[in-house]
Design a protein around this ligand. Structure first.
Ligand code: AMP
Ligand code: MG
Length: 409
């Protein structure tokens, strides 16, 4: 069937079809916890100890036995001093232990009184000016992690907080999925690399290659190892050569531009000559044309050339694919309900991803120009509204917002 006449595919169907091809890469690496931010855990991490290891004080103050302080003003003998990192002795009746945050509670003590509520009296005594409740200011052993619990499951993408949690159970290295190897190139004879021609010397019809910069950065944020093949001319032979080279030793070949069916669009016939290709017209705006195929063992994805289309299709399709290749268990993007503070009267037949920004009043403002070539919208915006087909938006309508912070991490 002629691709230009094939029916539009819904984004959800496209995602299901795409993810069915994303078989997790089997290669696992062991990396230092210092290097593991953003990587995907390849095995469950189970704790061999409890955290914290002992009951300990959450205040600087005095450990006491509540039975010794039935009323405010009791005088106790300070018989020991327990800084963090040391352990105390069993409490004798009528005694208090000077204790500091993080130090283990001595056997027999059942509360900590903060130093602000105590008054040292002479040599080695303290007056306790409140009546303590059993358990107060004590952090319980194992309240964070119990021995034997899975603290971080396989398929979890590591964050700075998860690195800290892994370290808290004694891990200094972690097994993570290998980085996907991605070959990237842009197509288009109009493209010029910034730095090679000054703005005032640009020929008519020439534009700077912007997609290459955000695509490479997006890939790197997702943990990929990128081979950047630069700009490939709009010629069949050059396209074939670039694809052949890219198919070697890469898990994914990612291109931008040239996936329409114009006679200057060489991606489709070239991928078909070397492997298989499905050209999809996805019912989203921006970003209609999208190609998925395979050349040998390498996956192929062709993004549209218009910068915002390229950016959005990457986030909605390529990103979940690359996460699944790394074994991530949850790849769905989360949206939240937020009121629109704008009007969108010209609803499209396609599902739209409108560039918007949260305002201080808790609503969303719309970038005025939603054209697929206007990259300023994606910089001004801090996310998109996922707007169903045919739905007009009036101020106050609750819409589904997807934050870029969610999509770009
Ligand atoms: P194409 O998908 O090749 O038909 O390109 C669609 C539009 O996107 C054209 O206006 C191209 O000039 C523009 N375009 C294609 N690739 C890039 C790129 N790498 N950077 C900026 N604009 C591009
Ligand atoms: Mg082109």
């Amino acid at each position: 069937m002629n691709a230009s006449r094939s029916p539009l595919k819904s984004l959800d169907d496209a995602l299901v079809a795409l993810l069915a091809h994303a078989v997790a890469l089997s290669h696992v690496e062991t990396v230092s916890v210092f290097e593991a931010d953003g990587r995907v855990l390849a095995q469950d991490i189970t704790s061999g100890l409890q955290v914290p290891p002992n009951d300990n004080s959450s205040m600087d103050g005095y450990a006491v036995r509540c039975a010794d302080v039935p009323q405010a003003g009791e005088l106790l003998q300070v018989t020991q001093r327990i800084p963090a990192g040391s352990t105390g002795e069993a409490m004798t009746p009528g005694s208090a232990a000077r204790i500091f945050t993080g130090a283990p509670i001595p056997p027999g003590a059942d509360a900590v009184v903060m130093q602000e509520d105590c008054e040292p009296v002479g040599e080695g005594s303290v007056r306790v000016n409140t009546v303590p409740a059993v358990g107060q200011w004590i952090r319980r052993a194992g309240e964070d992690v119990m021995r034997g619990t899975v603290v971080l499951p396989k398929g979890e993408r590591l964050t700075p907080a998860s690195l800290g949690l892994a370290a808290s159970v004694g891990m200094h290295q972690l097994p993570v999925a290998a980085r996907p190897r991605v070959a990237l190139f842009s197509t288009g004879d109009e493209l010029v690399m910034p730095g090679t021609v000054a703005p005032q010397d640009m020929k008519p019809g020439a534009i700077y290659n912007s997609n290459r910069f955000f695509l490479r950065a997006l890939l790197q944020r997702l943990g990929c190892e990128v081979t950047d093949l630069g700009i490939v001319p709009d010629k069949r032979d050059a396209t074939l050569d670039a694809l052949r080279a890219a198919a070697e030793h890469h898990d994914l070949i990612l291109t931008s531009g040239g996936v329409s069916v114009g006679e200057e669009d060489h991606i489709k016939p070239a991928v078909e000559a070397l492997g298989q290709l499905d050209l999809w017209q996805i019912a989203i705006k921006p970003g209609k044309p999208f190609a998925y195929g395979k050349i040998g063992a390498a996956h192929f994805m062709g993004l549209p050339g218009n910068p915002v289309s390229s950016f959005i299709t990457f986030l909605l399709l390529v990103r979940p694919f690359l996460l699944k290749l790394q074994g991530v268990s949850r790849v769905a993007t989360n949206s939240i309900a937020v009121p629109a503070h704008f009007t969108w009267a010209r609803a499209d037949k396609r599902r739209e991803f409108l560039r918007v920004r949260r305002n201080a009043a808790g609503g969303l403002d719309l970038f005025p120009n939603q054209s697929s070539g206007v990259l300023t919208s994606a910089v001004w915006g801090d996310g998109v509204v996922d707007n169903p087909p045919g739905r007009a938006i009036a101020p106050g309508d609750v819409v589904q917002f997807i934050a870029f912070s969610e999509l770009l991490s």
